[in-house]
Write a protein that binds this ligand. Sequence first.
Ligand SMILES: [Zn+2]
Length: 264
Amino acid sequence: MTDNSDFSKKLKDIHVIVNVSARHVHLSKEDFESLFGIGKSLTKDFDLIQPGEFAAKERLTIAGQKGSIENVRILGPFRNKSQVEISLTDGRNLGIENLEVRISGDLDNTPSIVLIGKKGNIILENGVIAAKRHIHCSLKDAEKLNLKNGQLIWVRFEGEREGVLGGFVTRASGNSVLELHIDTDEANALGVKSGIYGLIADREEYFDNENSFQKDIVETPHLITELFLKKIKKKGMKIKLDKSCILTPMAKDFLKNNPEILRK
Ligand SMILES: [Zn+2]
């Protein structure tokens, strides 16, 4: 059997709760009043994990050149500037051109969209993004995990559609709670639902250590050749032979000269 324990040790072994962000809208107070009536305010439906953030009961319709989507959640509290977060798939269906993956709040030169509320409509001149995947954490968490605000990290997801995604932006701030946010496209690609755990690993752990990522997928064949053993050696792995393994003569010679690749 090939040995994966070295690989596992290289991961930080930190499991972080994953939540899937469905499409949603953040509104300024002014835009909200244009959509739902002067003097009206958000009604809390339920709290989100991040302190102070909540899902509101109010919903609206968002519309682009090609289509519209009803019943889109509004998240509170109000922000200085309205922002619409949709998946790239939504963007295609709505006909939103030039939709970009952006960090929340980075809205310069982002596309426009029409918002339709109970009491009125507005054209949001810009503010539509596909949210860049990110990890929230407190400053304390960041220190513990050896992460810096803005640092990109890699996260591994287990399951039938197992995979590793890079480019999670670390968003460390005061009292944030450790939580990963991915959108519905990402979640569907990985076959994951809210509430599962992702495993943090930083970039260096995958890429500075040559081939460490592939360690997971090498299988020990029944017939062991010299070529296979050379690959194992190059990857810095060890193998364990059992009675069912057949070695070619050259593989036997290679093992004699390279006994360190055998795991006892
Ligand atoms: Zn988030």
